[in-house]
Design a protein around this ligand. Sequence first.
Ligand SMILES: [Zn+2]
Ligand SMILES: [Zn+2]
Length: 284
Amino acid sequence: MQRSTLDRPNPLPREVAPGVFWLGECLEQRQQGKIYHGCNAAFLIVGGAASMLVETGHPKDFPIIEAQLKRLLAGKPPLKYLFVTHQETPHSGGLGRVLSRYPEAVLCGDVSDYHLAFPEYEHRMRAMQEGDEIDLGGRGFRAVEPVVRDMRTTWWGFETRERVLFPGDGFAYSHYHEDGHCGLVAEEADSLDLQDTTAVFADLALWWTKWADMRNYCARLDALIEALGVKTVAPTHGLVITDVARTMPKVKEGLLYGSRVAERGTNDASFGKKAVPASDETVG
Ligand SMILES: [Zn+2]
Ligand SMILES: [Zn+2]
């Protein structure tokens, strides 16, 4: 167990499929009067010839993720690829540090923007589009349709041997710290309320889902999962799903519920500041 900023030992890293490791630690926020945890996960795939990091984790987690990588990669094929689903900070905020620590690593995904921040690494960026595949030795990594996305540039990833889907902001839900769900897979977290926690994420990040008919997106999700034969889902902001048939119906209920209910506001207004009177001119 590693040092953690939370009041319990960090349960990560955890091997969620053979050679696929869940890295990072929880990010604490106040929501609905409880301690609400957002995962900002990174995942390591160890191939026969090369290893790949999927997402970089939140910048505050980088020292933790770096230590986890160092330990897991000892004696293993080197980190040659970094895939990020899109440009937002919890997904790509560590990429400069990953590229500087791992000089063999190439950044993959939609790479149309990153050279603006890191011109010195432009020659180590490789554009991927749907269907493009990278061989890691005995297992591949493919860019696939990003059914639920929050940026135009989003891609999802798929590991071909263990059939692991990396959906970035898809499957975005979290857990209450009080329930002891940190580091559990969704099927182990008995009291996980996917409707409630998915609705919180619709408020925090995926507003567009409130103006879309999410039944269409649920149908696309079903089609993608069936076409790829997905066995494990490794979301950036949710607990890992290891029984897709059992948990997908709840995820879909959560997406539909989150799109139906009114916004509940962002983080708890009583946390760290006073309520602002309605007549205050700064409102709006
Ligand atoms: Zn995100
Ligand atoms: Zn947690």
